[in-house]
Write a protein that binds this ligand. Structure first.
Ligand SMILES: NC(=[NH2+])NCCC[C@H](N)C(=O)O
Ligand SMILES: O=C(O)CCC(=O)C(=O)O
Ligand SMILES: [Fe+2]
Length: 344
């Protein structure tokens, strides 16, 4: 792991004026829309996003359409620390929307420039905007809520065919400057033979623990049924490729912590080892500091987080996460109705 902060991060910094206008706009929206349950909000997102600073709109549309950078950042947001209040101890049992609703709405607007926001019925009780802060009981877990252990690098929801095209991580606060890690693929370091094998369905990635019933609130049989697809992926161990798209410029889905290669398949194991080494060697640290919004292309970049010492005193690092899909219809079989934004 390199200690150097990635110099090549594609970035945009809000001018003080843009930051002020954006913060006021987010407050206005929080007064206009009661909650994420309001279908008018989802309808209105593109129209509202068209009121964002032009530089921001061009930057995000460029990030999407260039299909080149694995990650990008917009810096300089005013996230009102006083209003947001202390970092919670848990995401469960909070009133919603919370005092950070304006910031959540802003991330929703950003999502509309990249695609459509969606959530998981099997993750954080189906919230559309996820919380990432340390929770004591998860200190040692491979979860966003962990802290003591390295959060090993991964494609978000790598196991799932309808995983995000983009992830948005908004840093409400990060007082100890805890780095996120990001990495992309250097294809030139892989042999053609290995690349061919990596394009074939010879690899299993298990669902990560954030999608397990034990990390959600379940009060009825019906709620338990939400996890049927996840359980099937655990039982049936479907094989898939790790690289896909263009042979000359592949996309990737990786989560080594949850990956296995069938025992007899030595060729696949060799290709996997080579790929792991190349990506691991390219991992860089990126500190999402307070006021930064980090965008990750979930086909081009993997990410994780360095270990840190949690404070548990209301001043902890707090990120907000939104999953974005470029094509909502792709996941229709897993959404109860056409309108619902939750998969599962
Ligand atoms: N290699 C891993 N740790 N993968 C799981 C990542 C954490 C998971 N996405 C969460 O929301 O908590
Ligand atoms: O905390 C971070 O910087 C990243 C967290 C993450 O990757 C996750 O929650 O899946
Ligand atoms: Fe992640």
């Amino acid at each position: 792991m390199s200690n150097l902060t990635d110099q090549s991060t594609h970035s945009y910094t809000l001018t003080p004026d843009e930051a002020a206008v954006t913060a006021a706009f987010a407050l206005e929206l929080a007064a206009d829309y009661p909650s994420f349950g309001d279908p008018l909000l989802l309808r209105d997102l593109p129209r509202l996003a068209a009121r964002l600073p032009l530089g921001v709109q061009n930057f995000l549309r460029g990030f999407k359409l260039d299909d080149h950078h694995g990650h990008a950042v917009i810096r300089g947001h005013e996230f009102d620390q006083q209003r947001i209040g202390p970092t919670p101890a848990h995401w469960r049992g909070r009133g919603r929307p919370g005092p950070e609703f304006p910031e959540e709405l802003l991330l929703m607007l950003y999502s509309a420039l990249l695609g459509e926001p969606f959530g998981w019925a099997t993750q954080q009780d189906g919230h559309l905007v996820h919380d990432i802060f340390p929770i004591r009981q998860h200190e040692n877990d491979q979860l966003g809520m962990g802290s003591k252990e390295l959060l090993t690098w991964h494609t978000e929801d790598a196991f799932h065919p309808y995983r995000s095209d983009y992830l948005i991580l908004g840093a409400l606060r990060n007082p100890d400057h805890v780095p996120t890690t990001v990495g992309e693929l250097d294809l030139s370091s892989l042999s053609c033979e290995d690349i061919d094998v990596l394009f074939e369905p010879r690899f299993y990635i298990a669902p990560d623990e954030s999608h397990l019933p034990k990390n959600n609130t379940i009060t009825s049989e019906e709620e338990a049924a939400r996890f049927a697809t996840i359980q099937r992926m655990i039982d049936e161990r479907p094989l898939g490729p790790l690289l896909y798209g263009s042979r000359l410029d592949p996309y990737m889905r990786l989560d080594p912590y949850f990956t296995s290669v069938p025992e007899h398949d030595t060729e696949a194991q060799r290709a996997y080892d080579a790929l792991f080494k190349v990506v691991d060697a390219g991992m860089r640290e990126f500190v999402a500091d307070q006021g930064d919004v980090l965008f990750i292309d979930n086909h081009r970049a993997v990410h994780g987080r360095l270990p840190f010492k949690a404070r548990y005193d209301g001043t902890d690092r707090w990120l907000k996460r939104v999953c974005v899909t470029a094509d909502l219809r792709r996941s229709r079989e897993m959404r109860a109705t056409a309108e619902t934004r939750l998969l599962g």
